[in-house]
Ligand binder design. Structure first.
Ligand code: SF4
Ligand code: SF4
Length: 394
């Protein structure tokens, strides 16, 4: 990756703007967002006064901004103002795992900003079937009407860890354009991270946001994307190429980009590049954090071997969700979100007086339960054999 500030770049490379921003100070963030967009050619590249622009923040659950689960409202505000000043009509939307988007947006601080700037919520409850014959993993999507009605999408992702995909960034942020519980069906149909990631890339190829901006001022490490620890990375990232943007995100946290299947599929399917990237602005090395807690181990794809070995590997090698009974409040979110039938974790005969229990034979390791637990009571652990296998020089 090269790093010339405002330098011309090879035409066969993708440009990512990386800018240092130390805190969520509104004036500082507004200046940095404005500079980042200018370095990509200016707001006119991304909107005209006639355009309806959808802002797609990460609104996974309703947590306070300082928990670093959701896109920070100060970043949302800075981007919204840029597009409004360009004359565009701005809406926003996301489809969370559980709950009403209005409540979640309010808790995350974005609802108040949207009210103040008169930005309505787009319809993310209703879906419309869109055929995508060139899709690799999926040839037909159900997409939120609010995303389809926009002339252009601006994705506002949050830099966080993720149990299934290691990190969630620009490419994965569009998964929220699929309404409500329909998202679970994708986990049920695409039961390995490879096919699931190819689907995410297909979704990006279909919706093609005009601009991707990532909030990494305070990121999330560890047990993400919901219950990890905030970690200051002091970074805002901008690109029209979500694959390149995620590659720079990986470099910031010392993760080899090709360990993320979305990166591999993103380049293979022509969505973007994880190689040949020109970074402009601040140097990756000046903001990178080698201590960032993310899974950097090579995992074994259980789907590339004989079914019998695959079964054994799933039971004894592949990381599994583990429930901590002391932290469980028996809310049942994990049971509701589990996409397999019969459920791979359930209250069984306890009548919800005891925490749910796993049936690991049934579990497809999608980690949706870990993602949606409000108490951080579920963590992903690698069995002993898996930990040993990761040390082998393969
Ligand atoms: S989501 Fe978490 S707190 Fe709720 S029942 Fe499951 S493990 Fe317990
Ligand atoms: S138990 Fe958890 S990881 Fe297993 S299939 Fe259900 S939601 Fe996915």
């Amino acid at each position: 990756m090269s790093n010339p500030e405002n330098a011309s770049h090879p035409t066969d490379s993708s440009v990512v703007v990386l800018l240092r921003c130390d805190e969520y100070d509104p004036a500082r963030v507004a200046e940095t967002v404005s500079r980042g967009i200018s370095m990509l050619g200016g707001i006119r590249q991304f909107a005209t006064p006639e355009d309806r622009i959808l802002l797609k923040p990460n609104l996974l659950v309703g947590k306070r901004p300082e928990r670093a689960v959701t896109t920070h409202p100060v970043v949302f505000e800075a981007v919204a103002r840029c597009f409004q000043e360009a004359g565009a009509t701005v809406t926003y939307g996301d489809s969370p795992g559980f709950g009403r988007i209005e409540t979640i947006a309010r808790r995350a601080g974005i609802g108040a900003v949207a009210d103040a700037l008169d930005i309505p919520l787009a319809d993310f409850r209703t879906g419309k079937t869109v055929s995508f014959p060139e899709g690799h993993a999926i040839k037909q999507f159900e997409i939120a009407v609010g995303a389809l009605e926009a002339d252009g999408i601006v994705s506002l992702s949050k830099l966080k860890t993720h149990a299934l995909t290691r990190m969630t960034g620009a490419v994965k942020n569009l998964f929220g354009c699929i309404p409500g519980m329909l998202k679970g069906e994708f986990h049920g149909r695409l039961t390995d991270v490879e096919r699931f990631s190819a689907m995410l890339v297909d979704l990006n190829r279909l919706l093609r946001p005009r601009l991707h901006i990532m909030d990494g001022i305070v990121a999330m490490e560890g047990n993400g994307p919901h219950n990890g620890r905030p970690r200051a990375l002091r970074s805002l990232l901008f690109s029209t190429d979500p694959v390149a943007l995620d590659a720079v995100m990986c470099r910031l946290v010392h993760l080899e980009p090709t360990l993320m299947a979305t990166e591999v599929w993103g380049e293979r399917l022509g969505m973007g590049r994880h190689t040949r990237i020109t970074v402009i602005g601040d140097a990756v090395e000046s903001l990178a954090c080698s201590e960032f807690d993310v899974n950097r181990k090579t995992d074994f794809s259980v789907h590339m071997v004989h079914p019998l070995i695959s079964r054994l590997m799933k039971n004894y090698v592949t990381p599994r969700p583990v429930l901590c009974a002391e932290r469980c409040i028996r809310c049942g979110n994990c049971v509701k979100i589990c996409p397999v039938t019969p459920k791979a974790l359930d209250f069984q005969d306890s009548g919800e007086t005891e925490p749910p229990r796993y049936n690991y034979k049934q579990c497809i390791r999608c980690y949706c339960c870990q993602e949606m637990c409000p108490e951080g009571a579920i963590e992903v652990e690698t069995p002993l054999l898996g930990r040993i296998a990761r040390r082998l020089p393969l």
